[in-house]
Structures are given as structure tokens and as C-alpha cells.
Design a protein around this ligand. Structure first.
Ligand code: UD1
Ligand code: CA
Length: 464
């Protein structure tokens, strides 16, 4: 048996009023479509994403996720052409599903991000199943008609429903598992004879239900909530936020202010992590045990070791922070920053492609780019690696136990040997050998009594 997932993602998403295709709108940093794909179980015969509106952007996103190893199975796409309804979307997939030798299909919507992996796994293991939800105000969802034994009897869209049918609270969640031969046959017989003049997938599902018994299961409404508007997006994000926080709290994580804290679905937190108000983490993030993450800090695609103190208002992206380090407040760790254990990065320090070895310190007002800094080295306040000559980037290599005095500019490429000292205010353009003291300031001149003479001259000039 080969089960193939079909994910519908060709619709325009008019109500989002956006340049971005609906399925790429994020929930806690990850696009809706990525949530759907990541919930698929391993071992599927593939996933087919139906695209059309905003196709280039969706294809580019799929390629990036594939490269990043985020997809659980091979994903192909089918361009539906001008979308004529959910049934039309499945008709467009017939050649691809035949090519993949599908015997079983699982259909999901790209704009329904919160269906859990457990629910999708259950769907993928079923023979003929429709996921429904029971809503007190069923609104514009399709209504589910059931036989007395619970089997699916039919599906009717709200726009085509009679007043009696509209009163039905069990609605179609748009997620189905069906045998491909029966569905394929039903798709070939679809018409668009309905209120919206669309080819409804629901009509094909109802036709399959005449041939094989289709089970109906109701799940938690949040699992099947569709994102059709910005209001839906906010509501779905709030539900995801609650779900993720509950699961981390159960693992020993403290949220000082859950409402203002946003933790994405690919973030991993160890026990005794404490998150201050307003923390946001997106992408692939690992935070080790005992870390405290300060108020207003934003972390994306980063690895933080154990017992790290990230003080308030830091921005950390594509970086690694070793155990026992302290960062911030107000520090920015950019791509390629790699801090070993016990490194101190203080306020108003920016790092990029910077490797700092164990115990190195840069505590104040510094830019460290394209650099390697040895163990135990101290970088004084206001030090700048001048890594860019207007055309190219160059490296600065600093040895162990070096002392770089405040307000020094290190004009790259330059190498500072182990144990060297650089006097404050230096402009270093040549390598400094190990154990040397480098000075590059102009000699200081003190003119005794000059200050008062200078001030009286100023006063005479302005006539006071
Ligand atoms: C659909 C169901 C409805 C169900 C609801 C659940 C039909 C006819 N109706 O309605 O019973 O309650 O989902 O959320 O299926 N899409 C395409 N190509 C198209 C049309 C849509 O790929 O031609 C995609 C959309 O991008 C979207 C998904 O299919 O991801 C659902 O389409 P949408 O128009 O939102 O269907 P609903 O009206 O919500
Ligand atoms: Ca929808």
C-alpha cells in the first residue's frame, strides 16, 4: 500500500489581503504550509502540494525547506492552473498520484496548520476517514451528513445548504483519508452544478462514501481551524502559543509572562530554562538547561548551551553560545557567531562570523566581525575590527590571553600573537608578535597654563 498526501495550497486567500500566498503566512515564525508538511508521518509515498496563486514563492519556500532537511518525505508540486475548486485541485493531481502509484490518499489543506502529528498519523493509517469538528456556530464550513450508524452520508457546503442542514453543528474539517481508486473514479464524474459553480472535493468524497464506508471522527476544533483572514491567523497563533507553552511548562520551563512570549514549533528548551517577558524564538533553536533568557530578547536559528545568562534585549541569529556564557543586555550576535564556554559579551556589542574561545571577554561597545579570538583574551571598550575595506572582507586573528586596550581599531587582515598587549586608542595595521606591547598613539603634549590663556583669548574675541 502506498499512501500519498495531497496538500491543497492553490487558493488565492482573498480575505488575507496580502501579497504573500495564504499558505506562507507564519504562525510563530513557521509558514502554515510548513506546519502541515512537518505533521506528516515518516514512510509516506510522498506529498503532492497543489499550487497556483503565488506559485513562485511557494516553490522557493519548498526548495528552502527541502535543503534545510525540514520535510519528512519527498514533496512534489502540481500547478492547478486557474483554481476552480477543491475537487478541481484533486483532478489536477490525477497524473501525479498515478505516477506515484498511490493506493491511498490523505488530503489536507495548506491553510490548516495546527492538525497535530498524532492526528495526521491516525488519518494516514485509516482506510476511509473524514475529520470533523463540532462547532456551536458552524458558520461557512461544510456540514457533515451521517447515517444512523455514524458513517458519512453526504457533505453539503453552507452556501448550498437548506435551513435544516445549516443547523447541523458537525462540520467538515477538510481532512480526509480515502482509497485512491474510488476517489479517482469519483473525481472523473464531478460537476460544478452548485451555488459557487465550483468543482467540490466534498461531492467526490460523498460519492466515495456510496462505495465504501467512510468513518467520521470529530477532533478538537483548534486542530482543524483554517486560516482565511488575519483574525484567524491571530486566533490560530494564540492557540499554537498556548499549546507550545503548556508542553514546555510540563518539561520544567518557566514563563514569567506567557502572553507576551512567542516560542516557535522548532524550538527545544531544556529544564530550568526561565523566559522573561517578551521573549521571541523562531526557527531551529536549542536552549540548554538552566538558561535565563532576558526580557525582549529575540533568538532565531541558534544553539545556546547550559546555564547561559542572556540579559534583556539581545538579538541572536544563526549563532552558538557556549555553556556558562553571559550575553547582553543589548547585544547582537549575528550569523556565524560561535562563543565557546564562559565567554562574556556585554552591552552594545555586535559580533558576526566571530569565534571567541573559552573565557574571552568583550564587555562594552564593540564590533567583532570575521575574527577569531583566543582563550582568555580581553577586548576593551569600543574596540572595532575594521573587517571591510570597501570592497572585500578580511580576517582578524587574535591569540590567547591578549589584552586589547579600549578604543582600538584592528585594521584587517591582521594577526595579534598570544599574550600581546595593545595600548588604548591604537590603530593596528600591522601584525603584533606574541608577547609584544603595541602602541600607535601620537605622543601626548601638556602645555602648562595654556587653558586659561586660551579662554581669555576667546573672551576677548567675542567682546565680553
Ligand atoms: C472547504 C470545504 C468545506 C470545509 C472547509 C474546511 C470544499 C468544497 N469545501 O471549504 O466543506 O468545511 O474546506 O476548511 O472542499 N484550494 C485549492 N484549489 C482550489 C480551491 C481551494 O488548492 O481550487 C485550496 C485552498 O488554497 C485551501 C483549501 O483548498 O488551502 C480549502 O479551500 P477553501 O476555498 O478555503 O475551502 P473552504 O471554502 O474553506
Ligand atoms: Ca478554508
Amino acid at each position: 500500500m502506498t499512501t500519498v498526501a495531497v496538500i491543497l495550497a492553490a487558493g488565492l486567500g482573498t480575505r488575507m489581503k496580502s501579497r504573500l500566498p495564504k499558505v506562507l503566512h507564519p504562525i510563530l515564525g513557521d509558514p502554515s504550509l510548513l506546519w502541515v508538511l512537518r505533521a506528516l508521518p515518516p514512510g509516506l509515498g510522498g506529498a503532492v502540494v497543489v499550487v497556483h496563486h503565488g506559485k513562485e514563492k511557494v516553490l522557493a519556500a519548498l526548495e528552502a525547506w527541502q535543503k534545510a532537511g525540514l520535510l519528512p518525505c519527498p514533496v512534489t508540486t502540481v500547478d492547478q492552473g486557474h483554481p476552480l475548486g477543491t475537487g478541481h485541485a484533486l483532478q489536477a493531481c490525477i497524473p501525479e498520484l498515478d505516477r506515484l502509484a498511490a493506493s491511498q490518499v490523505v488530503i489536507l489543506c495548506g491553510d490548516v496548520p495546527l492538525t497535530s502529528a498524532a492526528t495526521v498519523g491516525h488519518l494516514c493509517a485509516a482506510k476511509a476517514l473524514l475529520l470533523a469538528m463540532d462547532l456551536p456556530t458552524p458558520g461557512s464550513y461544510g456540514r457533515v451528513l451521517q447515517h444512523s450508524d455514524g458513517r458519512l452520508a453526504g457533505l453539503v457546503e453552507a452556501k448550498d445548504a437548506t435551513p435544516e442542514q445549516l443547523a447541523i453543528q458537525r462540520v467538515n474539517g477538510g481532512a480526509y483519508a480515502l482509497p485512491w481508486p474510488a476517489l479517482r473514479k469519483a473525481l472523473l464524474e464531478l460537476t460544478n452544478d452548485n451555488a459557487q459553480k465550483e468543482y467540490y472535493l466534498t461531492d467526490a468524497v460523498a460519492a466515495v462514501a456510496q462505495e465504501v464506508p467512510v468513518t467520521v471522527e470529530a477532533c478538537a476544533p483548534e486542530e482543524l481551524a483554517g486560516m482565511n483572514s488575519r483574525q484567524d491567523q491571530a486566533m490560530i497563533q494564540a492557540a499554537a502559543q498556548r499549546r507550545i507553552q503548556q508542553s514546555w511548562m510540563a518539561e520544567g520551563v518557566t514563563f514569567l509572562h506567557p502572553d507576551s512570549t512567542l516560542i516557535g514549533p522548532r524550538v527545544q528548551l531544556a529544564s530550568d530554562v526561565l523566559l522573561e517577558p517578551g521573549v521571541r524564538m523562531e526557527g531551529a533553536v536549542w536552549i540548554g538547561a538552566g538558561c535565563r533568557i532576558g526580557q525582549g530578547t529575540v533568538i532565531s536559528d541558534a544553539v545556546v548551551g547550559e546555564d547561559v545568562q542572556i540579559r534583556p534585549y539581545c538579538v541572536i541569529e544563526l549563532a552558538q553560545v557556549g555553556s556558562g556564557s553571559a550575553v547582553g543586555p543589548f547585544a547582537r550576535l549575528r550569523e556565524g557567531t560561535d562563543l565557546a564556554e564562559g565567554v562574556h559579551i556585554g552591552n552594545f556589542v555586535e559580533t558576526k562570523k566571530a569565534r571567541l574561545h573559552r573565557g574571552a571577554k568583550a564587555n562594552h561597545l564593540t564590533y567583532l566581525g570575521d575574527t577569531e579570538i583566543g582563550e582568555g583574551t580581553n577586548i576593551g571598550a569600543g574596540v572595532i575590527t575594521c573587517n571591510y575595506d570597501g570592497t572585500q572582507k578580511h580576517r582578524t586573528t587574535i591569540g590567547r590571553n591578549v589584552f586589547v586596550g579600549s578604543d582600538t581599531q584592528l585594521v584587517a587582515p591582521v594577526v595579534i600573537g598570544d599574550g600581546a598587549m595593545i595600548g588604548a586608542g591604537a590603530t593596528i595595521t600591522k601584525d603584533v608578535p606574541a608577547d609584544a606591547i603595541a602602541l600607535s598613539r601620537s605622543p601626548q603634549v601638556n602645555r602648562e597654563g595654556s587653558a586659561s590663556r586660551f579662554r581669555s583669548r576667546q573672551r576677548r574675541e567675542v567682546g565680553t
